[in-house]
Design a protein around this ligand. Structure first.
Ligand code: BG6
Length: 491
């Protein structure tokens, strides 16, 4: 995709968990692309760190392999890769004992460049890394810290983590990543809503019947057995990514889209307006599922329990729920949400379902009047489509049909669609927090999710089995059909 590239100031990026999965699959490839697109200024350095004792050369080899595996061949250019590799160095450090932090300090030196500490490690280490950085005096005014989810597993643990990081870094220095906010189409949601006069007048309960958000994955547990089984779909996907999408759909127009707090203030209001789902309502408004053996990508796959090797886990790999927002704009407009692993297809989309026309003037012979829909597809093939009714061409009487006015990004823009991490990493360096979650947002999201988790525990709400490769348990279909609606065909 084409866009004007504005270089960022020189920076030192220190990646904790530098040899981990996120660094390999996402961070190093994203940084490479940014360099390749001439977004770096010199001198820019990347320092990998983890507990493993590695030499600079070994880390550089790790990075070279990461680029070979995770950057498409057409973008791998030897001279560019060599230039990137030269930026990399490595320091072994252990946050628990503090060993290696002096070496890290030495490696960073006296540079007054922007300094970003990226914590691609388990949240259990956030607090100790932050305090070791402070103790070893490596935090400058120009420093920032980036943390990955999960920020806690409930409100209390989220507060504790936020306190630990907050005792060392100011809120303006803390970048809580939610990579969904870096996705092109998610930002496009802001553009669609606030750069067009067309939508705002109808963006409310007078004209919108309901909203659907689907984030479907075909993958199973992958190699995240321990983490996933303690989290489940509600914590893993809804508390963060999906609630952020709800916020962007539902928020009031912020006074400025370039002022981080203006946007975050509006998102926070949405989170605080979410109607609590209590113990009695949970079975009616939420569905938990867990995949059983089935088929995915044309081949047989194991069920969750077999993959996990633990026959009694009750963790949900699927969740569907009906969320409601108690405010003027959205009263009476349900937001149906569903997400799960091992579903039919990988697709993430937001569907805004408008109300039907008040009266059909065409008569029955014209066919069904299907209400308008705005479908924003985040992945895999990014697009924005508005489904409208038009006349079927020809003289054979007035027949109506539904067709999309569409914009398919790959057709319109061509080229490569940058990964969310590319944008977010550059925003960290630019110091732009708009697409990062503020402390109060994370905590407000937990305040809504917590009672659902409590209700599930109290009522022992079971995870209904679903066959891998389907759209989830039948309860998910019943959840929306009870209200006389159906899930949008996403496949
Ligand atoms: C992560 C979740 O945050 O997002 C994973 O922990 C999930 O379970 C992933 O697979 C999905 O991200 P994406 O960008 O592939 O939709």
């Amino acid at each position: 995709m084409t866009s004007q590239i504005i270089p960022v100031d020189p920076f030192d990026l220190i990646i904790f968990g530098g040899t981990g999965d996120l660094s390999e699959r996402k961070l190093l490839p994203a940084l490479y692309h940014r360099q390749r697109d001439h977004q770096f200024s010199e001198p820019t350095r990347i320092i990998g760190t983890s507990r493993s004792k590695l030499t600079d050369k070994e880390f550089q080899e790790f990075a070279r392999k990461a680029l070979t595996e995770h950057v498409a061949k057409e973008y791998l250019d030897k001279a560019e890769v060599d230039k990137f590799i030269k930026r990399l160095s490595y320091v072994a450090a252990d946050a628990t004992s503090g060993a290696g932090f002096d070496d890290l300090k030495k490696a960073i030196g006296k540079s007054d460049a922007i300094r970003a500490f990226y914590l691609a490690v388990t949240p259990a280490l956030f607090g100790s890394i932050a305090s070791q950085l402070k103790k070893h005096d490596v935090i400058t005014e120009n420093s920032r810290i980036v943390v990955e989810k999960p920020i806690g597993r409930d409100l209390a643990s989220a507060k504790q983590l936020n306190d630990q990081i907050g005792s060392v870094f100011g809120e303006h220095q803390i970048f809580r990543i939610d990579h969904y906010l870096g996705k092109e189409t998610v930002q496009n949601l802001m553009a669609v809503r606030f750069a067009n006069a067309l939508f705002e007048p109808v963006w409310n309960s007078a004209h919108i019947d309901h909203v659907q958000i689907t984030v479907a994955e075909t993958v199973g547990l992958e190699d995240r057995v321990t983490y996933y089984d303690t989290a489940g779909a509600l914590r893993d996907m809804v508390q963060n990514h999906i609630l952020q999408l709800v916020c962007l759909v539902a928020m009031e127009p912020p006074s400025s889209a370039v002022e981080a707090n203006a946007v975050r203030d509006e998102k926070l209001k949405v989170l605080r307006s979410l109607k609590r789902i209590n113990g009695q309502e949970a079975p009616k408004k939420t569905v938990r599922g867990q995949y059983r053996a089935g088929a995915s990508a044309g081949g047989p796959v194991k069920g969750y329990l077999e993959e996990l090797g633990k026959p009694d886990s009750t963790t949900e790999t699927f969740v569907a729920l009906k969320a409601e927002i108690d405010n003027w704009r959205w009263a009476g407009v349900p937001f149906y949400i569903r997400t799960g692993k091992r579903l039919t297809t990988r697709v993430s989309e937001i569907v805004i379902n408008f109300k039907p026309v008040p009266y059909n003037i065409f008569g029955e012979s014209a066919g069904n009047m299907i209400p308008n829909q705005l479908v924003i597809r985040l992945q895999p093939d990014e697009s924005v489509k508005i489904f409208i009714m038009i006349k079927d061409p020809g003289p054979g009487g007035m027949r109506l049909r539904q067709l999309p006015l569409d914009m398919i990004f790959s057709d319109t823009f061509g080229g490569r669609s940058p990964d969310a991490y590319e944008r977010l990493l550059m925003d960290v360096i630019r110091g732009n927090q708009t697409l990062f979650m503020r402390r109060d947002e994370v905590e407000a999201a937990w305040m809504w999710v917590g009672p659902i988790l409590d209700a599930w525990a109290e009522t022992r709400q079971e995870a209904q089995g679903y066959t891998a490769g389907t759209w989830g348990p039948s309860g998910s279909i019943a959840l929306i059909e009870r209200d006389g609606r159906t899930w949008h065909e996403s496949a």
